[in-house]
Design a protein around this ligand. Structure first.
Ligand SMILES: *Cc1c(COP(=O)(O)O)cnc(C)c1O
Length: 414
């Protein structure tokens, strides 16, 4: 019998991706230490050595989430799976959930509530604005039977940050739990699970944690764990059923549930260790510092931000595309001429903004300078009145001011 040769498979050789500068909404560039760790030999997912690593991984996740929650572990799958994990375990048929929507990901939460058989009460805010706590308060007054409030802490589609602490307080005042999307915030800006009393939260490995995609760290408070355990109905997903997953990730047992993505988990362990070594606060400060420098450069080019300053996320910069400029053509030139990837606008912001991410290992001064220089030269070629080097000079100036302020603080503290 002749082996079938599919014409399209004849020319296939090993795949070698180009070296890109990743400044989009994730994935990010990956630290060489994480990549090296991931190419280590395969190991069984119940090997005692691996099990020991799992415990460290959980401890590191508790550190980045700033929580004592026993149930803190990475679900196998991208951030979307972490989102589904929270909803499918916490939302029973007939439950009423208030969902705040100020971008793409709030919309996905509504979809999740409905697929779990719940009713979503939607609180809409304009894209680019944070979630308005007053509107959430009003929604609770109109729907006192709402059991859960779900919102996105850092809306990646717009670059706006909402006040997770205040929103959680409102939910608790009305005896409801919160589900928080921290996919883009975790590691890039403060996420204080215990301090803010967040009930359930999820994130993803490829944003500010700067690992490969495919893992979604989640954390449930004891109150949530108990409420899921008390459910009388069967959780609608076998794979994401918290009770079954705990058989593998829990503290007491280690039995087969699914084959954990071992090498990916080595990578996440290393990526979290890098954050631990840097120090969580220093990591947040680094994201802020490079955001300030990038912003100074972009503003020197005459570019404006979508989001009002006090709600701007350092790790996700939504920049308005100037009138008359072909947004897509700029991104194409950045990729083809400079190997730089930035993000496009989504939904109502399509064609109107660029999304420049400074996340995790991608958040470095060389990337800030490269981005300003490349974007500046492309816009200049398109006829915008930009002078060579002005954006870079403004960014350098911003770095100097920050360094000087830092030095003054040190002297004052000494
Ligand atoms: C990226 C992102 C997600 C989805 O994560 P995936 O890993 O792409 O599935 C969810 N919420 C927010 C806020 C995100 O930025």
């Amino acid at each position: 019998m002749a082996i079938k040769q599919f014409p399209s498979t004849k020319k296939i050789t090993s795949f070698h991706p180009p070296q890109r500068t990743l400044l989009g909404p994730g994935p990010t560039e990956i630290h060489p230490r994480v990549l090296t760790t991931m190419s280590q030999p395969a190991i069984g997912y119940l090997d005692p050595v691996f099990v020991e690593m799992m415990e460290e991984l959980k401890a590191l996740l508790r550190y980045v989430y700033q929580t004592e929650n026993a149930l803190t572990f990475p679900v196998s799958g991208p951030g979307s799976v972490g989102m589904e994990y929270c909803f499918v375990n916490m939302v029973a048929p007939g439950d009423k959930v208030i969902v705040a929507r100020n971008g793409v990901f709030g919309g996905r939460m509504i979809e999740n509530v409905e697929r779990c058989g719940g009713t979503a009460v939607v609180v809409d805010d304009e894209w680019g604005k944070p979630v308005d706590p007053h509107k959430v308060e009003d929604a609770f007054k109109k729907h006192p039977d709402a059991r859960i409030l779900a919102f996105v802490h850092a809306e990646t589609s717009t670059g706006a940050e909402s006040d997770a602490k205040v929103l959680t307080q409102i939910a608790h005042k009305h005896d409801a739990l919160v589900i928080v999307d921290a996919v883009t915030s975790l590691g890039g800006s403060p996420v204080l699970v215990d301090d803010w009393k967040i009930d359930a939260i999820y994130s993803a490995s490829q944003k500010c944690l700067s690992c490969t995609p495919g893992l979604s760290p989640v954390s449930f408070s004891q109150r949530v764990v108990e409420s899921v355990q008390q459910r009388k109905d069967k959780i609608k997903s076998w794979f994401m059923d918290m009770n079954l997953l705990l058989g593998y990730w829990g503290n007491t047992t280690r039995t087969y549930h699914h084959t954990a993505p071992t090498n990916g988990l080595f990578g996440l362990h290393e990526a979290l260790l890098l954050i631990k070594e840097e120090g969580l606060e220093n990591c947040w400060a680094r994201h802020r510092r490079h955001h300030v420098a990038l912003k100074a450069g972009l503003q020197a080019m005459g570019l404006k931000f979508l989001v009002e300053e006090k709600y701007q996320l350092p790790q996700m910069n939504a920049v308005l595309c100037p009138a008359g400029v072909d947004e897509g053509a700029v991104r194409k030139s950045l990729l083809n001429e400079f190997n730089i990837e930035i993000g496009a606008g989504l939904g109502p912001l399509k064609g109107k903004i660029w999304r420049i991410g400074l996340m995790g290992y991608s958040c470095r001064p060389d990337n800030v300078m490269l981005c300003l220089s490349a974007l500046g030269s492309i816009l200049m070629d398109m006829g915008l009145p930009i002078k060579v080097g002005e954006a870079e000079a403004a960014a350098h100036q911003a770095y100097s001011s920050l360094h000087a302020a830092e030095a003054r603080k040190k002297i004052a503290a000494a």
